[in-house]
Design a protein around this ligand. Structure first.
Ligand SMILES: NC(=O)c1ccc[n+]([C@@H]2O[C@H](COP(=O)([O-])OP(=O)(O)OC[C@H]3O[C@@H](n4cnc5c(N)ncnc54)[C@H](O)[C@@H]3O)[C@@H](O)[C@H]2O)c1
Ligand SMILES: O=C(O)C(=O)C[C@]1(C(=O)O)C=C[C@H](O)C=C1
Length: 311
């Protein structure tokens, strides 16, 4: 594999902007960036996130070794189709979308045979959007999911793994179907629940009073309710089968809790809460271990996290 690559990032918002910043900070690769927003391009150029910028896809994919599509899920297939005539043989294309099944079903059919598509999904982000929220440390110590391409291509996989590792993330190769099932539970359902909690508390008879009194519990549970609605409509629709299934499971869990309360069943309630507490403690430990193993020192200052995000 050649040492220095040209990497094109299509979409320079929170995720694309953070990737571009991280690639410039931690690798020697050349980074070209595209966004429909001229303001975003200006910000990215000023921040040194890209070496070249354009509003047209062909301006940045023509000659690139790797192209990373960082667009809302529903825009990715059209962007790949627009870019396809400009890919050179051997180009590796990937994306960062939060749902994989819909793209794995369409994207491979849109690209020439000599181009390899590997689905991607960094398990990092925030409730904020746009380049102004982007930062180079977003992926440090975080899992970065890759899907196996239809035609196995070890060189393409190695190229992406190397890029992901260089920006401090941990590559995890996974089947697209399993990905969608898992993220429905750990990402998509929590976003829907956060919105439901805020809407419930914010629209009742005493909503003004409730929201003014809300403390850490409500704040921790609902940070992600501030996410961009249009981005999340896209994600939810793209993974709707798995989300519907997770919502049904959640309904059963909540009904069981309601039964425990109706029956004054302290033991049932305690078993439910104890199981959750144990799993949550183990989860925090595993996340800490993954960060430690990734070898990058992540300090409060380096990633600029707010206090309410700390464990
Ligand atoms: N937000 C998160 O926490 C998060 C985490 C992991 C993955 N993702 C995935 O990353 C992708 C991008 O999300 P984001 O949070 O960075 O969104 P964002 O809104 O911050 O950025 C999207 C960018 O794409 C640009 N854009 C839109 N259409 C375009 C087009 N046709 N051509 C060029 N640029 C275009 C927008 O101007 C914007 O700058 C989504 O697929 C999302 O599912 C998001
Ligand atoms: O940390 C956050 O605020 C996020 O929403 C990040 C988050 C998530 O955890 O759900 C959002 C979408 C993803 O595709 C991956 C990560």
């Amino acid at each position: 594999m050649r040492g220095r690559l040209v990497i094109a990032v299509v979409g320079l918002g929170l995720i694309g902007g953070s990737l571009a910043l991280a690639l410039k900070k931690y690798t020697e690769h050349t980074v070209w960036g595209c966004d429909i927003s001229p303001d975003t391009l200006k910000q990215a150029l000023e921040a040194g996130a890209v070496d070249r910028a354009g509003t047209q896809i062909h301006e940045v994919v023509n000659g690139a070794d790797v192209v990373i599509f960082c667009l809302p899920v529903s825009r990715i297939s059209a962007a790949v189709a627009e870019a396809a005539p400009y890919f050179k043989p051997g180009t590796v294309i990937t994306d960062v979308a939060s749902a994989k099944g819909c793209l794995l079903a369409t994207v491979p059919g849109l690209v020439p045979r000599e181009v390899t598509y590997i689905g991607g999904h960094p398990m990092a982000g925030s409730e904020q959007s746009g380049f102004t929220a982007a930062h180079a440390e977003l992926f440090a110590g975080r899992p970065y999911i890759l899907t196996q391409p239809e035609r196995v291509n070890d060189e393409a996989m190695a190229r992406l793994r190397q890029i992901i590792t260089a920006i401090g993330a941990i590559p995890v190769v996974m089947d697209g179907e399993i990905h969608d099932m898992v993220v429905a539970q750990i990402s998509h359902l929590p976003h829907i629940m956060a919105a439901a909690l805020v809407n419930l508390a914010g629209s009742g008879k005493h909503s003004q009073l409730s929201l003014s009194l809300a403390a850490g519990g409500f704040r921790d549970m609902t940070r992600i309710a501030a996410s961009n609605p249009s981005l999340w409509v896209d994600i939810c629709l793209a993974n709707r089968t798995q989300i519907i299934s997770s919502l049904k499971q959640l309904q059963e869990v909540l009904q069981q809790v309601a039964r425990n309360l109706e029956e004054n069943d302290a033991a049932g309630l305690a078993a439910f809460l104890t199981q959750a507490r144990k799993m949550r403690e183990a989860f925090v430990y595993r996340q800490f271990q993954a960060v430690k193993d990734s070898g990058r020192v992540i300090s409060q200052a380096s990633i600029g996290r707010r206090n309410d995000e700390k464990e």
